[in-house]
Structures are given as C-alpha cells and as structure tokens.
Write a protein of this length. Structure first.
Length: 118
C-alpha cells in the first residue's frame, strides 16, 4: 500500500500522529489483515522526541461506489492506538451495509483482536 501522508500534531500535553494509506481492494483479501498489522508495527518503530499519545491510520478502499443518492462513496478503515490498545473502525457505503455488514464487522473484530495480541 502506498503511504500518502504522515503527520504529527500537538496540543498541550497531547500529541497525535496520523498516517494515510491507499488503497486496499477488499476485506476478502486473504493477506490484508497481516499486511495492515505489518504496516502498523513498522510505523510504530519510528522514534520521536515526544512519543505521540495517540497514533491513527486511515486506509482507503480502492473501489468507488455509488450510494442510493448516486453520490460517490469511498470506504475507509481507521485504526487508533492509544494507551496500548487498538480500536478499528470501518466506514462503509450503504451498499456494503446492506449486503456485507456481518462479514465486514466480523473482519474488523478479527483485525482488532490480531492487533491487540501483539
């Protein structure tokens, strides 16, 4: 996956790092969870003068979809690492929600569990 940005912002005692990546094909991709875990692990190796209090990853899906209003939607997956714990969230289109909600939700939980085992 290609990294688009890597930015760190501070506000008082808080420091937040965000990394943007694209593109993933689908959660059906057998190696996607491992690829994401490897990227996350590698990104956390970078040393900072002040370690970020939270790190976020945004992964964009390659496919564009149309919603019921014919507006273009790009799904994304977001990961947050804070206080030693990962949280994974998936922004899905209405089409994905109707047809693939259970599969995507299960996949997201599996990824979150895999990240939190490390």
């Amino acid at each position: 996956m290609k990294q688009f940005y890597d930015e760190t912002h501070s506000s008082g005692e808080e420091s937040s790092r965000t990394l943007w990546y694209g593109y993933f094909d689908s959660t059906k991709d057998e190696g996607l969870k491992n690829q994401i875990c490897q990227l996350v692990e590698a990104d956390l190796q970078k040393k900072f003068e002040k370690t970020p209090t939270a790190t976020h990853w945004i992964f964009y899906r390659e496919e564009l979809q149309k919603d019921a209003l014919t507006e273009t939607i790009r799904s994304s997956m977001m990961i947050r690492f804070r206080e030693g714990k990962y949280v994974v969230h998936y922004n899905m289109s209405d089409f994905e929600f109707v047809l693939f909600y259970d599969a995507i939700t299960t996949w997201v939980k599996e990824l979150e569990n895999q990240l939190n085992r490390k």
